[in-house]
Write a protein that binds this ligand. Structure first.
Ligand SMILES: Nc1c(NC[C@H](O)[C@H](O)[C@H](O)CO)[nH]c(=O)[nH]c1=O
Ligand SMILES: CC(=O)[C@@H](O)COP(=O)(O)O
Length: 158
C-alpha cells in the first residue's frame, strides 16, 4: 500500500519493550537538511515518548546518505549502542546518482545490522520530488522519522 493511502505515522504500539535503559544512535545525513532535520526530530521525540532517556540518544551527522553506512557501522560496533536509526533524504535528480546511493545504503545498512546483530533502521526517504519528501517529514503522510524510531523499538523485542 503506497503512502498516498495511509498516514505513515499511524502504527500499532502494543507490546513495546521497556527501552528506559536502551541506548540509540541517531545518524543523520545533512543533505536536504530541512527534511532530514524534521525526520530526526520526529525520531528523537518518538523515542522519548516511548521511554528512552535523552542521555541515551547519541546523535551523529554525516554529509550525505551515502555516508550513513560507514557511520552506522561505527555506531553499531559500540558495546553501549543497542540500535542505530539512520535518517536521510535522497531526492531523484537528472542522473541515476540517486539510484546508486539508495541501493548502496539499503544494502549497506542491512549488512551492518547482520554483522553486528543489532537493529539498523533505514529511515531514508527516496522521493521523486522535494514535495514528496516534505509530505513524509511531518506533512500529509506523517513523519517517517517517527516510524523509524518505533521500528527500532519494536526490533529490540527480538
Ligand atoms: N543528492 C543527494 C545526496 N548526494 C550526496 C551523497 O549522499 C554522498 O554524500 C556523495 O555522493 C559523496 O559520497 N545525498 C543525500 O543524502 N541526498 C541527496 O539528494
Ligand atoms: C541524488 C543526488 O546525489 C543528486 O545531487 C544528483 O543530482 P543529479 O542526478 O541531477 O546530478
Amino acid at each position: 500500500m503506497s503512502s498516498a493511502h495511509k498516514n505513515l505515522s499511524i502504527f500499532s504500539t502494543d507490546n513495546l519493550p521497556d527501552i528506559s535503559e536502551k541506548r540509540f544512535a541517531l545518524v543523520v545525513a545533512e543533505w536536504n537538511e530541512q527534511v532530514t532535520e524534521a525526520l530526526a526530530q520526529g525520531a528523537a521525540k518518538t523515542l522519548l515518548e516511548y521511554g528512552a532517556k535523552p542521555e541515551n540518544i547519541v546523535r551523529a551527522n554525516v554529509p550525505g546518505s551515502y555516508e550513513l553506512t560507514f557511520a552506522a557501522q561505527k555506531m553499531a560496533q559500540k558495546n553501549d549502542i543497542d540500535a542505530v536509526i539512520c535518517i536521510g533524504c535522497v531526492i531523484q535528480g537528472e542522473t541515476k546518482h540517486n539510484d546508486y546511493i539508495n541501493h548502496a545504503v539499503a544494502q549497506g545498512l542491512t549488512n551492518v545490522s547482520l554483522k553486528y546483530d543489532k537493529p539498523v533502521i533505514f529511515g531514508v526517504l527516496t522521493p521523486n520530488t522535494e514535495q514528496q519528501a516534505l509530505d513524509r517529514a511531518g506533512g500529509i503522510h506523517g513523519n517517517k522519522g517517527d516510524e523509524a524510531a518505533i521500528t527500532a523499538v519494536k526490533m529490540l523485542a527480538f
